[in-house]
Design a protein around this ligand. Structure first.
Ligand SMILES: O=C(O)CCC(=O)C(=O)O
Length: 242
């Protein structure tokens, strides 16, 4: 099946019909005890809740068609290069493009609000069209995430792609980051990076030469200058170093 990606970008994306589990009513599941937290070094942690968004295939199909996806370009040294994925950012007062995402954000706020101390307010969506789309090693450190603990909550829809996490190296001293953890994310999985994760760890979704289908990630963060904003509308040039 091919779905049209409209608005700012006219193209179509091949979608396996099995991804579009239209029979299931899209809704986020329980959090609480079903969330598995892994403490990481340096005060970082990562939470994982597999298959959190039921009916995620149907939501995926709706988002592919309804979101005003944008293809962005960036200056990199003396070149202008395409950002290797399509993007859309929803600021504080913007309605999210699907009721399932609104319900997901409400559920995240109910669960993480007391620990985060503020609500998730903004959302950034990315569409990885195939294995050539990617994001290189980075931490979401613009805004509060540069100096304070923050949370970035990622809901992953469609074809699973690995999200890698590794401790940051130090460019000045040449100290390399540590070995990476790998989370295969798709099908409504929820992954939340918290604590110092954006400052002391970095994450990436590498390119692959495998024939993989499209994936959407929706990331919620807590402020207008937060990580979802960074992730989706003002990426650093490190995005292109793969
Ligand atoms: O696709 C993902 O799961 C992570 C994306 C990301 O890190 C980013 O856009 O900054």
């Amino acid at each position: 099946m091919r779905l049209d990606v409209g608005y700012a970008v006219r193209m179509s994306v091949s979608v396996q019909e099995s991804l579009l589990d239209v029979g299931e009513e899209p809704s986020p599941g329980a959090l609480g005890g079903s969330v598995q937290r892994t403490p990481l070094a340096h005060g970082a942690w990562v939470d994982l809740r597999r298959g959190w968004l039921a009916g995620s295939g149907a939501v995926f199909g709706r988002l592919v068609a309804a979101v005003p996806w944008r293809a962005e370009k960036r200056h990199m040294y003396d070149k202008v290069v395409a950002v290797p994925r399509l993007l859309c950012f929803y600021g504080e007062d913007a309605a999210l493009p699907d009721p399932a995402l609104t319900a997901a954000r409400q559920a995240l706020n109910a669960h993480y609000g007391p620990e985060l101390g503020e609500p998730f307010r903004t959302a950034g969506l990315c569409l990885y069209r195939d294995g050539r789309d990617s994001v290189a090693w980075h931490g979401d450190t613009i805004g509060r995430g540069r100096t304070e603990d923050t949370m970035v909550a990622i809901v992953s829809l469609g074809t699973p792609r690995p999200l890698l996490l590794r401790p940051r190296g130090d460019r000045q001293t040449g100290r390399r980051g540590g070995s990476s953890l790998r989370f295969e994310l798709g099908h409504g999985d929820l992954l939340v990076m918290g604590g110092s994760c954006q400052r002391t760890w970095e994450h990436a979704v590498p390119k692959t030469s495998q024939p993989v289908g499209p994936r959407i990630r929706s990331a919620c963060s807590s402020g207008p200058a937060g990580s979802a904003n960074v992730a989706c509308s003002s990426e650093s040039y490190s995005d292109f170093i793969l």
